[in-house]
Design a protein around this ligand. Sequence first.
Ligand SMILES: [Zn+2]
Ligand SMILES: [Zn+2]
Length: 174
Amino acid sequence: MECPNDKEYLEKVLFHNVEVDYCPKCLGMWFDKDELRQAKDDKDAQLNWVDIDLWRDKSRFNVAKGDKHCPVCRAGLQEVRYDESKTKVGFCKMCGGAWLDRGEFKQIINYLKNKSDYEILHFYTKNLVLQLWEVFSGPETLRSELADFLMVLKLFNYKFETQHPHITQLLESL
Ligand SMILES: [Zn+2]
Ligand SMILES: [Zn+2]
């Protein structure tokens, strides 16, 4: 698979039995639809009471055609923006995968850091992360952000797959 930004070959990294593909050059991340599913485990039920502000309001989503292409099936990625481009995620409506640029990842983390949500989520993922150290196969640059990475993966799964199934419908309608 090639990076949608710079055509660099994507490498795999393992998080809690979930494989995520990342670009060693720009550090963008690709999540397969199945990978998002696998990120969900029984402990995720606890996330239900965490009232995460990000991606909460249905009416603030905006879907448009992006200029990147899916690394798996080469279809054009659709850009899902939230709240006047505060965060932007690329979705492929063909295979259901999602692309997240490095900058977008940082933006999501910064957004959460300004909220109390971050502390709650960090506490939630802390034990998981400790277990992950031993099986982590990615580069040091990502290793230092393992907790954040895992958190975003879980947020993705929870918000986009579970809470906002209508995003899929929006994508279909383009
Ligand atoms: Zn790249
Ligand atoms: Zn695709």
